[in-house]
Design a protein around this ligand. Structure first.
Ligand SMILES: NC(=O)c1ccc[n+]([C@@H]2O[C@H](COP(=O)([O-])OP(=O)(O)OC[C@H]3O[C@@H](n4cnc5c(N)ncnc54)[C@H](OP(=O)(O)O)[C@@H]3O)[C@@H](O)[C@H]2O)c1
Length: 313
């Protein structure tokens, strides 16, 4: 099979397309013929030697296949959950080695769900790491309920565009931030209010909220505390909580936490349900061919993409 090997951490010049052996599946794993792969900021950080190199203690002297997010078709199964021919999607082995930049991937069955028949492989691949992050923080950690007021930073991005839709699905009042160029997109996802972070001061324009999902980090997390009700919650997904933010949060009785997404078949099945019903959808703003993996990385690296970027095989 063809795979993209990262020969050494650095630029996309270090991607090498090679023919390698098919992966062997272990007990409770399936082999998936990959149809679509989605790309996230963590792919870029890892390619540069940060991200999973740090989380999973990878050896920079070794070669790795990057990637976690896929949708595809099961070709072999060592699990009763799936049989050959099943269409599945999921985030594989995060934050370890998912090895999804390849034509075939070995994946634990309990990290997958069946792809809804009414969405494409590209839409399904998009709704993995980013959608799981939104689900785990808004539903599991944030315990969203009708009437909750939720502020979502970077609402036009991968995580943000799912977070807005998931929060609305559970009856929350949603405020999303983005540049003016993406205002209509954020409102089209169901956000009740839009804030252009470049021109409008958040504190002056937002009434107190119960939960902030912060995909920007550091100063944004610190400043967001001024917007949260006592007893509310700040969830930072892009950077650890600094001592200054922790101290200020404690003073205002706000829970402040950094979270990291984890594979979870139950959450994947929940996502499959809301994708199937149409309650949430993946917005894929750009697709690339497998040979265009470097361009897909450059797009995400810009920090300006809308919704998800997907590579189709
Ligand atoms: N901890 C975890 O488990 C976890 C999981 C997933 C992602 N993350 C992290 O969360 C962050 C977001 O991930 P993502 O996949 O959503 O990224 P993404 O898709 O690359 O985000 C791109 C979006 O960010 C928006 N943006 C950039 N600067 C902004 C600002 N100052 N205010 C508001 N929006 C801004 C852009 O909108 P405009 O062009 O309109 O500015 C763009 O639409 C990344 O740092 C990622 O590493 C963490």
């Amino acid at each position: 099979m063809k795979a993209i090997i990262l020969t050494t951490p650095g630029t996309t010049d270090n991607f090498s397309y090679r023919n390698i052996e098919l992966p062997h599946i272990k007990d409770q794993e399936v082999l998936i013929e990959v149809k679509s792969i989605s790309i996230n900021p963590i792919d870029i950080k890892t390619r540069k030697g940060q991200g999973a190199f740090l989380y999973a203690n990878l050896d920079p002297a070794k070669e790795y296949i990057l990637g976690w997010d896929i949708s595809g078709v099961v070709t072999q199964s060592h699990s009763p959950a799936f049989k050959p021919g099943d269409e599945v999607f999921g985030m594989v082995n995060f934050p370890g080695i998912g090895a999804t930049y390849a034509e075939y991937v070995a994946a634990p069955a309990n990290q997958l769900a069946k792809k809804p028949a009414n969405i494409s492989h590209a839409e399904a691949a998009g709704a993995t790491l980013a959608a799981l992050t939104a689900w785990q923080n808004i539903v599991n950690k944030g315990t969203v309920k009708p009437g909750d007021r939720i502020l979502i930073h970077a609402a036009a991005g991968g995580v943000g565009h799912y977070a807005v839709q998931i929060a609305k699905h559970f009856g929350a009042y949603v405020i999303g931030t983005s540049s003016a160029a993406n205002k209509d997109f954020v409102l089209s996802l169901g956000a009740d209010e839009h804030i252009d972070y470049k021109t409008r001061q958040l504190v002056e324009n937002v009434d107190p909220v119960d939960l902030v999902i912060d995909g920007l980090g550091y100063q944004s997390a610190l400043d967001s505390l001024d917007l949260i009700k006592p007893g509310g919650m700040l969830i930072s997904i892009s950077a650890p909580i600094t001592p200054e933010t922790r101290e200020k949060a404690a003073k205002f009785s706000i829970a402040a936490e950094f979270t990291s997404v984890r594979p979870n078949g139950t959450d994947m099945n929940s996502l499959a349900e809301v994708l199937h019903s149409g309650a949430i959808r993946s917005y894929i703003s750009k697709t690339f061919a497998f040979i265009g993996m470097a361009e897909a990385h450059h797009a995400i690296e810009s920090g300006r993409t809308i919704g998800k970027i997907v590579v189709n095989l």
